[in-house]
Design a protein around this ligand. Structure first.
Ligand code: CDP
Length: 561
C-alpha cells in the first residue's frame, strides 16, 4: 500500500488498529484495510457477485486513500462488534418508558461507535402535569441532561466520545430554555443542539407577528413567542457557545424520499443526515485530493470511485449488525447511504481555484452534480442486481433504486486525518499547525510545501513562522496568487462558507455538515444574519462557530481525548 504519513500512523495506532487482550496493537494499517475490504466483500456472495475481485477493489481504493468509510466500519468490520454505521436517530415519546428506552438504545449505539440524534419535541413541557404521580413534569431540557451524563460515561468502546444531536421544535413551550441550554460553562458538552423551524415560524417572522407555542401532550396553545426574539436569543447563545443551530424542517421534508414512513424531525450529531426514528446511515467519503492529475479532475477515476463507493456502502448495510432490532428493520427498509467527499480544498488548489471565489462555488455544483448522478446510476444498477430498497414502491423515487438516498457531506473529522487531506468541503485550518488531539498532531499542508518549493520561497524559517497562524494573508514572502489558494477557515467570510454549503446541498440527497466560521470580533447580529442568509439559500440546517466561542467543540474538530 502507499505509505501513510505519521499523522495517519498515529491516529490508526491509537484508535483503529486491533489490540489483544493486553492492549497491544496486533494489526498493521494494511492489515486493517485488508480486514475491512475482505469483510465488506463477503456481501457479494449473497448476490452471486465476485467476492475476491471486489475485495481487491475495496482494498486498493482504501490503501490508495481514494475512499474511506466512516470510522465505525474501519473499527468494527470483521470483528465481533460488526456495527458499521455512524449515524442514528432514535425516537423519544412523552413517557418515562420511552425516554429511558431511548437512553438505553443510545448507550448501545454509542458503545458501537455510532452517534445519535433525537427530537425532544414530543415531551410535555416543564411544569406540565404528570397524571400518574400527580407531580410536575421536568421538561425536555431536564431529560436531555440525563442523556448527556450517560454519554459522558460511555466512551464508544474507549475509542471516541459519543455524540448527540438534540432537536426541539420552535413551537415547543420550552423553546427558550432549550435555546439557552448551553449558556454558561460545561453544560451539554456531548450535545449539539438545533432548533427546528418550519413555515409557521417563518411566516410569523416575515409578518412580524408572534406564533403559537403548543403543548405536545394536549395539542393546546399555551402561549406565544416572537420569532424575532427566539432568533435573537439563538444568535446570542450561538455567539457564545456555537449552539444552537437551526434546522429548516420544510426544506428537509420536501426532500424526504419516503414520506409514507413518516416526517423527518431530527438529524444525526453533525447534521449531515436527517433520519426517521430508528433509521441509520453508513457514510463513506471520496478523497478528492486523489482524483486529480495535479491540474485537472480525473473524471473517469472519480466515476469509478463513486460506483465502488456505492457498492461498498450497500455491502456495509448487508453485513452490519445493529444493537437494536427496530434499527435493523428501518435500516433495511430504506437502505440509506451517505457517500460524500473530503479534500475539496486540496482539489481546488490543484485546479488553481481560490476557495473564496465564484468559480469555486460553480465548480462545487458541477462536481457534486456529477457525483450525485453517478451515485444514483450505481444505486439503480444495484437495484437491478439486488432489488430495490423495500420501501421503494411508495417512495418519491421514480425508478427502482437500491438506496433511498446515496449522498451526504460528512465532517470527516478523523478519516481526513487518515487520508491526509483537507476535511470534508471545509477550507483548510492553516498550512501548518498542531492539532490538539491525541497528544498533538503536526499537520502540514503538502500542497503548500510543494508550491513553495516550486516557486522558490520555501524556507524552514518561513514554515516555523507560519506554524499555528490562522491566516497567511499578511505574510510578505508568499506571492499573492499562492495566498489566494490557501484561504483558511478564518479568511473565508460567512457568505463564502454558506455559498459552498448551498452549492453542495443542491446536489446532495441528505444534508451537508458545514461550519460557518466567524471571526472572534463578530457580533450577535452577524450570527443572526448567517441564520437568515442560510434560510434564503435554502440549506437544510445551519451551524455557526465564532472563533474562540468555546474551548471545546463537540464535533467537527475531532473530539478525541
Ligand atoms: O471521520 P469520521 O468517520 O470518524 O467521522 P465524521 O465524518 O467526523 O463524523 C460523522 C458522524 O459520525 C457524525 O455526524 C456522528 O454521527 C458520528 N460521530 C460520533 O458519533 N462520535 C464522534 N466522536 C464522531 C463522529
Amino acid at each position: 500500500m502507499d505509505s501513510l504519513d505519521s499523522v495517519a500512523e498515529t491516529v490508526l495506532r491509537r484508535r483503529y488498529l486491533r489490540r489483544d487482550e493486553n492492549g497491544n496493537v496486533v494489526e498493521t494499517p494494511a492489515g486493517m484495510f485488508r480486514r475491512v475490504a475482505e469483510t465488506l466483500a463477503q456481501a457479494e456472495g449473497r448476490f452471486d457477485g465476485d467476492v475476491e475481485a471486489t475485495g481487491r477493489t475495496f482494498y486498493e481504493a482504501m490503501t490508495a486513500l481514494e475512499f474511506l468509510p466512516n470510522s465505525p466500519t474501519l473499527m468494527n468490520a470483521g470483528t465481533e462488534l460488526e456495527q458499521l454505521a455512524a449515524c442514528f436517530v432514535l425516537p423519544v415519546e412523552d413517557s418515562l418508558e420511552s425516554i429511558f428506552t431511548a437512553l438505553k438504545q443510545a448507550a448501545l449505539v454509542h458503545q458501537s461507535g455510532g452517534g445519535t440524534g433525537f427530537s425532544f419535541s414530543n415531551l410535555r413541557p416543564e411544569g406540565d402535569v404528570v397524571k400518574k404521580t400527580g407531580g410536575v413534569a421536568s421538561g425536555p431540557v431536564s431529560f436531555m441532561r440525563i442523556f448527556d451524563a450517560a454519554t459522558e460515561q460511555i466512551k464508544q468502546g474507549g475509542r471516541r466520545r459519543g455524540a448527540n444531536m438534540g432537536v426541539l421544535d420552535a413551537s415547543h413551550p420550552d423553546v427558550e430554555m432549550f435555546v439557552t441550554a448551553k449558556e454558561g460553562t460545561g453544560a451539554f458538552r456531548n450535545f449539539n443542539l438545533s432548533v427546528a423551524t418550519d413555515a409557521m415560524f417563518w411566516e410569523a417572522y416575515d409578518a412580524g407577528e408572534p406564533y403559537d407555542l403548543v403543548n405536545p401532550r394536549t395539542d393546546e396553545v399555551v402561549g406565544q413567542a416572537d420569532p424575532d426574539d427566539v432568533l435573537d436569543l439563538a444568535a446570542e447563545t450561538a455567539w457564545e457557545t456555537g449552539d444552537p443551530g437551526l434546522l429548516f424542517l420544510d426544506t428537509i421534508n420536501e426532500h424526504n424520499p419516503t414520506p409514507q414512513l413518516g416526517r423527518l424531525e431530527a438529524t444525526n450529531p453533525c447534521g449531515e443526515v436527517p433520519l426517521l426514528p430508528y433509521e441509520a446511515c453508513v457514510l463513506g467519503s471520496i478523497n478528492l485530493a486523489r482524483h486529480t492529475d495535479g491540474e485537472a479532475v480525473d473524471w473517469d477515476k472519480l466515476r469509478e470511485t463513486v460506483h465502488m463507493g456505492v457498492r461498498f456502502l450497500d455491502n456495509a448495510i448487508v453485513l452490519s449488525d445493529f444493537p437494536v432490532s427496530e434499527i435493523e428493520e428501518m435500516m433495511t427498509a430504506t437502505r440509506k447511504l451517505g457517500l460524500g467527499v473530503m479534500g475539496f480544498h486540496d482539489m481546488l488548489v490543484d485546479l488553481r481555484i481560490p476557495y473564496y471565489s465564484r468559480e469555486a462555488v460553480e465548480f462545487a455544483g458541477e462536481l457534486m452534480s456529477f457525483i450525485h448522478d453517478e451515485s444514483w446510476a450505481a444505486s439503480r444498477q444495484l437495484a437491478d442486481e439486488r432489488g430495490p430498497f423495500p420501501a421503494w414502491e411508495d417512495s418519491t423515487r421514480a425508478e427502482p433504486m437500491r438506496n433511498a438516498t446515496t449522498t451526504t457531506i460528512a465532517p470527516t473529522g478523523t478519516i481526513s486525518l487518515i487520508a491526509g487531506c483537507s476535511a470534508s468541503i471545509e477550507p483548510i485550518y492553516n498550512v501548518a499547525y498542531t492539532k490538539q488531539v491525541m497528544g498533538g498532531l503536526e499537520i502540514v499542508n503538502d500542497r503548500f510545501v510543494d508550491l513553495a518549493k516550486e516557486r522558490g520561497f520555501y524556507a524552514e524559517e518561513l514554515m516555523a513562522e507560519l506554524h499555528d497562524r490562522t491566516s497567511i494573508q499578511n505574510v510578505e514572502e508568499i506571492p499573492d496568487d499562492v495566498k489566494q489558494l490557501f484561504h483558511t477557515a478564518h479568511d473565508v467570510p460567512a457568505d463564502g462558507h454558506l455559498r459552498v454549503q448551498a452549492a453542495f446541498q443542491e446536489h446532495v440527497d441528505n444534508a451537508v455538515s458545514k461550519t460557518v466560521n466567524l471571526p472572534r470580533s463578530a457580533s450577535v447580529e452577524d450570527v443572526k444574519d448567517v441564520f437568515l442568509t442560510a434560510r434564503e439559500f435554502g440549506v437544510k440546517g445551519i451551524t455557526v462557530f465564532r472563533s474562540g466561542a468555546r474551548s471545546e467543540q463537540v464535533l467537527g474538530e475531532t473530539p478525541l481525548q
